[in-house]
Design a protein around this ligand. Structure first.
Ligand code: AMP
Length: 217
């Protein structure tokens, strides 16, 4: 299965991707995670990306396409993958299709997690990420057992710079303008499936599983 997990920032893509990747044995490819890691490691791509990420803007298409093309070359992506946070523009989607076409493949399913805008801002500003293992928490509905500590590895929880109110709002605006046209793109290809993302993570995953079952035919 080659799956794209689609939705606004804060719609729960990262949380659901962990479940899908675990149950289907396909790699979870999160471009946001890849860029944050590159930035931490101080690579050229990472440093370039950080200036865009910190102000809630998209990293230029040519950079992203190169990053993803290289990742898809890796062996573990041969039998399928789950893309989280890519594509984010029509140009990225077109390039992705070209890359896959060269291998006689294509995207099988685009799972769209739909969540209302007001709810998204609340979710983003209350999200916390583990500085050690990357686990995601939400102070509203998935709080850690001990405040500011990861349940899994005990490391400190941080708020992403781009989850602060003004930047979160900016990212949602960017999503509406640059990313949401992708719905039409994938609708036209008959592979877009909408899922109500406003429920709890477990409930959303139940719907996703159902869609994955029927989407496979
Ligand atoms: P995310 O973790 O998916 O919310 O991504 C965090 C930030 O990384 C975004 O706000 C963008 O600045 C950048 N980013 C991640 N994926 C992409 C992409 N496909 N195209 C452009 N920028 C991206």
């Amino acid at each position: 299965m080659r799956i794209v997990l689609f939705g606004a920032p804060g719609s729960g893509k990262g949380t659901q991707a962990v479940f899908i990747s675990r149950d289907h044995g396909i790699p979870h490819i999160s471009t946001g995670d890849m860029l944050r890691e590159a930035a931490r490691n101080g690579t050229e791509v990472g440093l370039k990306a950080r200036s865009f990420m910190d102000r809630g803007a998209l990293v230029p298409d040519e950079v992203m396409i190169e990053v993803v093309a290289q990742r898809l070359e890796m062996d573990d992506a041969n039998k399928g993958f789950l893309l989280d946070g890519f594509p984010r523009t029509v140009e990225q989607a077109e390039k992705l299709d070209e890359i896959l076409k060269l291998r006689g493949a294509g995207i099988d399913l685009v799972l769209w997690l739909e969540v209302d805008d007001r709810e998204l801002v609340k979710r983003l500003t209350s999200r916390r990420t583990c500085s050690g293992c990357g686990a995601i928490y939400n102070l509203l509905f998935q709080a850690p057992k001990i405040p500011d500590r990861c349940d899994k590895c005990g490391s400190a929880l941080n708020q992403r710079v781009d989850d602060q109110q003004a930047t979160a709002e900016k990212r949602l605006e960017v999503y509406q303008i640059q990313t949401s046209p992708l719905k039409e793109y994938y609708l036209g290809r008959g592979i877009l499936k909408k899922i109500d993302g406003a429920k709890t993570p477990d409930e959303v995953y139940s719907s996703l599983k159902e869609t994955l079952r029927s989407g496979r035919g």
